[in-house]
Design a protein around this ligand. Sequence first.
Ligand SMILES: C=C(O[C@@H]1C=C(C(=O)O)C=C[C@H]1O)C(=O)O
Length: 184
Amino acid sequence: MSTPINTALTWHSQPQSEPLVNDWLFNQDSLTQRLIQLSHNNFSVLPLNEGWQRLRADECAALGCPEQSSGWVREVFLRGKQQPWVYARSVASQASLQESDFDLACLGTRSLGELLFSDQAFERGVIEICQLTPKILPDTLLPFTSDASTLWARRSCFSKEPLKILVAEAFLPAFWQHLATHKH
Ligand SMILES: C=C(O[C@@H]1C=C(C(=O)O)C=C[C@H]1O)C(=O)O
């Protein structure tokens, strides 16, 4: 289902004007844990697509691996109250996975965050954000029709030498609607 997408994504770390957006985009804690709390434990991970693929140019650059590298791609929905709240795409190069004992392929419906945040050896790099627009993310990639004109997304690298896992998360309209209707 994944299709090559426009890699002209402009990732940056510039805080935005809305405090609520900044809180969710730049928070360093496990997103899984925050969504478990926000959903009052009604949280689940829905794998959408997993497998070996050629990584995107921006992903290779972020991982520091050669262009056109192959890697394991994991795309999921993080769901709160059975609603897709976040679309996530996590990738790691084949070379680094082969050198490590990290089995990204075995996760299934377990959250990647459970592994990344339980193992103190993983260091998180800078969180970058960008706004995804339909022209960047054709709906062939995002398996849902988003009624938002843009989606806020963030990404960061989790490193535990020699392994680097690039985790990108796009917050979906249903997430912001839940926040708006359940003032916290
Ligand atoms: C990095 C984390 O893991 C989350 C879990 C993911 C998965 O299971 O594929 C993907 C993105 C993350 O939001 C986290 O919980 O912060």
